[in-house]
Ligand binder design. Structure first.
Ligand SMILES: [Zn+2]
Length: 474
């Protein structure tokens, strides 16, 4: 079965490659297992060097608590250590890291215990401080990108929409100039790049067939896992907490209006219903003052939209950029969503079907948690709740044809048609025939711009044999 190359509409692509160079904690089944991986990892680096762990999630662990400073002090006593939670919104650090980073009780977004001591758990802006201090150099980023490209090809991904930091653009440009980019990139810049984009001006869509300036990525709220998504009712497992908004409404309105007026697409991260309300409200206000015809403004994640939110998105012509793999990771009867939201809200969380019923353009991505379109498509097609479950055709469209729309590229990619880029994927079976088995399909071959960039060894053998027989025939 040949399908169009998958377009992952929400990635942190270079970061994903860099993460593979750090200590992978996502498969740890217990807290102890995660800590022993960090302990082993610490042995492989020099004493003053950072130990960096990524991808842990406590939701499957007994006790289900976050990694703390005390844990990391025992696992990595001689090194500064940071362990990033899978969501990217929460990280844990040890005592050496705390002093290196200069964190204290006055630093925003650090967790403090009853005795007034830092627990080592950081969220949002404090996570950025840790990331900044452990920032990779040029060569390491090039390496990260090339690892990410290899992974993309092996999973059938031929285009990505990225949400990296501004400096990632240079890494992409370097790869493009050297002719080794290999995936087509729609690069969303962070909100703090708005001023320079307005000055240049760098509108949405400027660039080449490989690398284009995308939208402006703005954070409206946090995430459910870290209990920072903005909800209208408190978290079910934290009754006093309704999450947080990153910007006050006036501030958000200004950024949104400035970008929208300058023909820059908006990609607003909004997860909780209260966050979504604010994000749509800001876009509505900007468009009422200064209507745009074909803006394709997007909400990223859109996990808890109400029916009214979806109707408004339809009316305003907005795009729903969602991650079906989240259901595979955190849905189900004992998943993180039920603990954070309770049964009622969890059954309407990530409501792909309702999005389609409201006639809102639905596009899929992975947020690299984990990165794999087939897993995402499987999760949407086999989702546990009726509000979530969609057909294989709709799920694949959201990862191909409709995904191309989200980057204004429906004329050059997303379907197999004459005149479009020759970006294809060969699958080991038919996803329409046995929807329950999509997750076990494999990518056999990936073709970008007519060139084979990935194939399994059996495929390679078969292709060689075929061309050998053809040459004998000639
Ligand atoms: Zn993201």
């Amino acid at each position: 079965m040949v399908v169009p190359g998958f377009i992952d509409c929400h990635t942190h692509f270079i970061q994903m490659g860099l993460d593979s160079l750090t200590i992978e904690l996502s498969h740890s089944k217990t807290l102890d297992e995660a800590l022993s991986l960090l302990k082993e990892g610490a042995k492989r680096v020099a004493e003053s060097e950072w130990v960096i762990g990524t991808g842990w999630k406590e939701s499957g662990w007994t006790g289900g608590r976050f990694i703390t400073r005390a844990d990391l002090d025992i696992a990595c006593p001689k090194n500064p250590a940071v362990a990033h939670r899978v969501c990217g919104h929460l990280s844990s650090v040890n005592t050496r890291a705390i002093s290196l980073l200069g964190l204290d009780v006055k630093t925003p977004d650090v967790d403090v215990d009853a005795s007034g001591r830092l627990t080592g758990v950081l969220t949002e802006s404090a996570v950025s401080i840790a990331r900044e201090a452990t920032r990779p150099d040029r060569a390491k980023k090039d390496k990260g990108l090339s690892l990410a490209i290899g992974k993309a090809h092996s999973l059938g991904v031929t285009s990505i929409h990225d949400n990296g930091d501004s400096s990632d653009f240079e890494t992409y440009r370097r790869a493009e100039k050297a002719g080794r980019l290999g995936v087509r990139v729609w690069f969303n810049t962070p909100a703090d790049a708005l001023e320079s984009r307005l000055k240049i001006p760098l509108d949405t869509g400027i660039g080449s067939e490989w690398l284009k300036a995308g939208g402006l990525k703005i954070f409206c709220d946090g995430a459910l896992g870290a209990r920072t998504a903005a909800l209208s009712e408190p978290f079910s497992d934290d009754p006093k907490n309704k999450g947080m908004l990153v910007h006050d409404r006036k501030e958000l309105d200004e950024i949104v209006a400035d970008a929208s007026n300058a023909d820059i697409q908006l990609a607003i991260h909004a997860i909780g219903d209260r966050g979504i309300d604010v994000a749509i409200g800001s876009i509505k206000a900007a468009l009422e003052k200064n209507p745009r015809k074909d803006h394709r403004h997007r909400i990223e994640h859109l996990e808890l939209p109400s029916v009214q939110h979806l109707a408004l998105m339809r009316k305003l012509g907005m795009v729903a950029s969602m991650q079906p793999n989240f259901i595979g990771e955190w849905g189900g009867t004992d998943g993180m969503y039920v603990s954070r939201l309770g049964e009622r809200r969890a059954s309407r969380n990530n409501p792909f079907r309702e999005v389609l019923q409201a006639n809102v353009r639905l596009v899929f991505g992975s947020d690299c948690m984990p990165f794999s379109p087939l897993y995402g498509i499987h999760s949407a097609v086999n989702a546990p709740h009726p509000a979530q479950k969609i057909s294989p055709t709709d799920a694949i469209s959201a990862y191909t044809r409709d995904a191309a729309f989200a980057s204004f590229e429906e004329n050059s990619k997303g379907t197999i048609s004459l005149g479009k880029h020759a970006d294809f994927v060969v699958l080991s079976g038919d996803p329409f025939e046995k929807p329950k088995e999509i997750g076990s399909l494999r990518v056999l071959r990936t073709i970008v711009g007519g060139e084979v960039v990935f194939e399994t060894s059996e495929e390679r053998k078969q292709r060689r044999q075929a061309s050998f027989s053809a040459s004998l025939g000639a």
